[in-house]
Design a protein around this ligand. Structure first.
Ligand code: RFL
Ligand code: PHB
Length: 399
């Protein structure tokens, strides 16, 4: 088999890339090691930046998002029992969209299948070969257990943090930057009415809490927990009680709306970048090359921003033999990646309680957080800086 671009991974990076290439007249084959149902049900991100929304519309897959997504013109920061509104629209002229990542993924998969283009689920034993030659190859076992070989012009490693693509880059080529945090997020999905019109990011003496949503009857909430936290140690009632405890307002009026909890998931918090994002004919994009802690809501948006630049580079290389867009790909996208790494690290550091044995876990560290929170909710300049980063700098800002 042969294609122009072999894409490993049917997450946002792989699926957006496949669609962008299709519209530019470039063939691709997408290989995904999970089943379709699993990929479509995997609950993850919920906040789309304006730039991501624009891309989804431009590639003709924004129709359901336009109907079902919920535009948010601001967010709330709560600390010391007081709630502060950050008005994105007023500060930046931009907004974000609440629309689940798995809905985006579903829409892109449906489009690809409707277009009758190759997207293979449940593949295994994916291996990359001849990356430094002109015809790199992917071998894998298909869903029926048959071995396959796919020749390509380029390979896009869009297989996320746990993917295999980058392991085929020779030792010594990549530099990794890493930061782990002494806490994790315990996320729940529940059939409950939202308790607020906007997301509420809460700093409290008992740890961070985030109230988010998916629709007017489904909420997505997160609690800061220790990295080894076991959800089985908390009853549903204790979970809701903990949201009430952390999110309590000084006037005593806030109570979170409760409902049936339908999903519980613990995710670790990490900042991680590898450079460069290219090795010869292998290009990495999205979580395969960088991870951010979820506090800034950046991960999926970064994946999309990567592949917009990548699709242009691949198109130019294949249509006019000009590899300059691929040569500069890593440097160009890493400027945005590092901006988002900083923003996510900063939001995380400002909002979470560090354990007492951590250098930031003392009273001085706490006062630094509170001072920063007061500043960012009173100074228009500071507020605008947060807003500008949260809604996402324009796609061409870093080019
Ligand atoms: P993905 O989504 O991990 O997709 C990679 C795909 O590759 C497949 N795969 C393989 N396929 C073939 N062969 C192999 N050997 C393979 N190994 C893996 C996987 O099955 C998968 O389908 O990476 P991608 O496309 O780069 O997208 C990145 C985003 O998924 C991620 O950054 C976001 O979910 C992060 N994130 C958030 N991002 C936002 O923009 N806004 C948010 O509000 C937001 N909230 C979050 C988040 C991530 C979270 N968790 C669970 C880490 C909230 C949470 C809790
Ligand atoms: C979500 O709704 O899942 C969500 C929202 C904001 C974040 C992270 C996750 O910062």
């Amino acid at each position: 088999m042969r294609t122009q671009v072999g894409i490993i991974g049917a997450g946002p990076a792989g699926l957006f890339l496949a669609r962008l290439l299709q519209l530019a007249g470039i063939d691709s084959v997408v290989l995904e090691n999970r089943g379709r149902e699993y990929v479509e049900k995997r609950v993850r991100a919920g906040i789309l930046e304006q730039g991501t929304v624009d891309v989804l519309r431009e590639i003709g897959v924004g129709e359901r998002m336009n109907r079902e997504g919920i535009e948010h013109a601001g967010t709330q920061l709560r600390f010391d029992g007081e709630t502060h509104h950050i008005d994105f629209q007023e500060l930046t002229g931009r907004k974000v969209m609440v629309y689940g990542q798995q809905e985006v993924v579903k829409d892109l998969i449906a489009q690809r299948i409707a277009d009758d283009l190759p997207l293979h689920f449940s593949v295994s034993e994916v291996e990359l070969h001849d990356l430094a030659g002109t015809t790199p190859r992917i071998t894998y076992t298909d869903a029926d257990g048959s071995p396959q070989s796919l020749e390509c012009d380029y390979i896009a490693g869009c297989d996320g943090f746990h993917g295999v693509s980058r392991s085929f880059i020779p030792d010594g080529h990549l530099t990794a930057y890493d930061r782990t945090y002494p806490f994790a997020w315990f996320g729940i999905l529940a059939n409950a009415r939202p308790s607020s019109k906007e997301l509420i990011y809460t700093h409290s003496p008992h740890g961070f809490a985030l109230h988010s949503l998916r629709s007017d009857h489904v909420v997505r909430n997160y609690l800061q927990v220790s990295p080894g936290f076991d959800p089985a140690t908390m009853s549903d009632e204790q979970i809701w009680d903990e949201f009430d405890r952390r999110m309590a307002t000084a006037d005593g009026t806030f109570a979170i709306n409760r409902g049936e909890i339908t999903e519980k998931l613990v995710s670790t918090m990490r900042s991680w970048v590898i450079t460069p994002m290219r090795y010869e004919r292998l290009l990495l994009a999205g979580d395969a090359a960088h991870i951010v802690p979820p506090t800034g809501a950046k991960g999926m948006n970064l994946a999309v921003a990567d592949v917009v630049v990548l699709a242009e580079g691949i198109t130019r290389a294949l249509q006019s033999g000009d590899e300059s867009g691929l040569d500069s790909y890593s440097d160009v996208v890493l400027r945005r990646v590092w901006r988002c790494e900083h923003f996510s690290w900063w939001m995380t550091s400002m909002l979470h309680r560090f354990p007492p044995d951590h250098p930031e876990g003392d009273d001085f560290g706490l006062q630094m957080q509170l001072s920063q929170l007061r500043y960012v909710t009173t100074s228009e300049a500071a507020m605008r800086s947060l807003a500008e980063n949260y809604v996402g700098l324009p796609l061409d800002y870093f080019r």
